[in-house]
Design a binder for this molecule. Sequence first.
Ligand code: ADP
Ligand code: MG
Length: 319
Amino acid sequence: MKHRRKQHPTVCDLGEFGLIRELRGIVGPSGNSVVRGIGDDCAVLRGGNPRKYLLYTCDPVVEGIHYRPADPPRQVGWKAMARNLSDIAAMGGVPRWAVVSIGLRSSTGARWVKELYAGLHAAAKAFGCQIVGGDTTHVRREQFVVVALVGEVERSRITLRSGAKVGDSILVTGTLGGSLRGKHLSFTPRIHEARWLVARFPVHAMIDLSDGLSSDLHRLAEASPRSIAFEIDAAEIPISRAARGNLAAALRDGEDFELLFTLDPRHVTALRRKWARRFRTELTEIGRVVKSKQKVALIQRDGSRQPLTAAGYDHFAVS
Ligand code: ADP
Ligand code: MG
């Protein structure tokens, strides 16, 4: 049995990271029109406009995984659109067009679907995005909504996961942890914040926090040059009220949909001052980019340094 398992690993054996790496191998290298393929929050593509890139992303919500059957359909729709908008925000972009595929049981009330759509539309409209098509299919068991979204960003303003530089400060918007208690269905994608940021400050790297701070720091590290490492201070992590002072929850819980980014520390004072005048959302400096073999580390309150594992959400990890 053990032998068979070794020859034919399951998706759980590979983990989400490992699986995507193997899929990337199948797809192979990208063509000339692709600036970034697999590996960032959105694919980055050369479209017709020489001053802009197209951004392309796709994320599902599945019944029983991303929402419960009894959750309000309007919120489920909001979430399905907003998590895609959040990926556009992570690249510093503007969302433009979305297509929506839904899988419905035949017993589902038409009202439920209309409410779902009202939520999808509300989130899209709030950020200047239009739903322009999709597909509808029948399912026997769990329902799902998959949104694919196209956005745009000025070439000079794009923020990739891979741009962190040694010496950078690491900052995060909002507060972290406990999203399952409610925020995951009603969060605000940080489009406005990201657009404001990339227009004014030279952000080096950015990602949106979908799988938990620790896990997403590993995603940044994975996208960065080899010697680059990320070090965060336990005392500085902004823990949400929903996480009730639990640092582990702020590090591990997924679906915060906040922005994590790095920039030269000499900009931090001006950024914080201007940010406070413009937004109510918190902005916290939580650490720094260093040169180290240990890709992600946590500095405890007593000054000790410990490796931080990617203990966030892995879709195929055993719980
Ligand atoms: P996000 O959480 O921002 O949506 P992930 O970190 O989960 O992105 O995904 C990392 C990268 O892997 C992304 O570039 C995404 O497009 C890619 N990816 C994930 N699943 C697949 C898949 N099934 N096929 C191709 N690419 C995928
Ligand atoms: Mg993302």
